[in-house]
Ligand binder design. Structure first.
Ligand code: ZN
Length: 147
C-alpha cells in the first residue's frame, strides 16, 4: 500500500488542485459492451484514473471468464475527492484508483460477502482488496496502487 506522500508525489493533490489532477490523470472510460452484457451493474462509462483503466478491464473480463461476474450486484463509485472514512488521509478514491462494489452487502467493518475465488481474481490482477485488511475490513473496496 502506498503512503499518502507517495500518492501525492505521483499524482499531485486532487484535494488542492483537482483541475490539474483531472486533466493529467482522469479519463472517461467507455466500458466495452461485452462487459455490460455480462455485468449489468457496471455502467457504460466510468470516470477513472487512466492508470487503472486496462487493469479494471482485464479484471472484469477475468471474472467473466471464471464465471464469477454474477457476484457483482452494484457499482458504487470510483472517483470521489474525499478522506478515508473517519481518518485524515485521502481515500484512494480521491485519486480515481479504487472502485467500490456491492456496498450494501459489504459495509465498512463487516465481514466480506465475496467468494474467495472472486477476491483471488482481483488479487491476481494486482489489486489490493479491502476484504483482506485486518482491523478495518472494507470489503466493498478494491484499489490498484502498484505503480
Ligand atoms: Zn472504496
Amino acid at each position: 500500500m502506498k503512503t499518502q506522500k507517495q500518492l501525492i508525489e505521483k499524482f499531485g493533490n486532487p484535494a488542492v488542485d483537482n483541475i490539474t489532477f483531472e486533466r493529467k490523470w482522469m479519463t472517461l472510460w467507455h466500458v466495452p459492451e461485452a462487459i455490460g452484457d455480462h455485468i449489468p451493474a457496471i455502467p457504460g462509462k466510468i470516470y477513472l484514473n487512466n492508470l487503472i483503466k486496462e487493469r479494471l478491464e482485464t479484471t472484469l473480463f477475468a471474472l467473466i471468464e471464471a464465471d464469477l461476474h454474477s457476484e457483482i450486484k452494484t457499482f458504487d463509485g470510483c472517483f470521489n475527492i474525499r478522506k478515508k472514512r473517519g481518518l485524515e488521509t485521502l481515500s484512494l478514491h480521491a485519486f480515481g484508483i479504487a472502485v467500490d462494489l456491492n456496498a450494501a452487502w459489504n459495509q465498512l467493518g463487516k465481514p466480506s460477502t465475496w467468494s474467495n475465488d472472486f477476491i483471488e481474481v482481483w488479487r491476481r490482477n494486482g489489486w489490493e482488496c479491502g476484504a483482506d485488511w485486518k482491523g478495518r475490513i472494507d470489503a466493498m473496496h478494491f484499489q490498484w496502487d502498484n505503480f
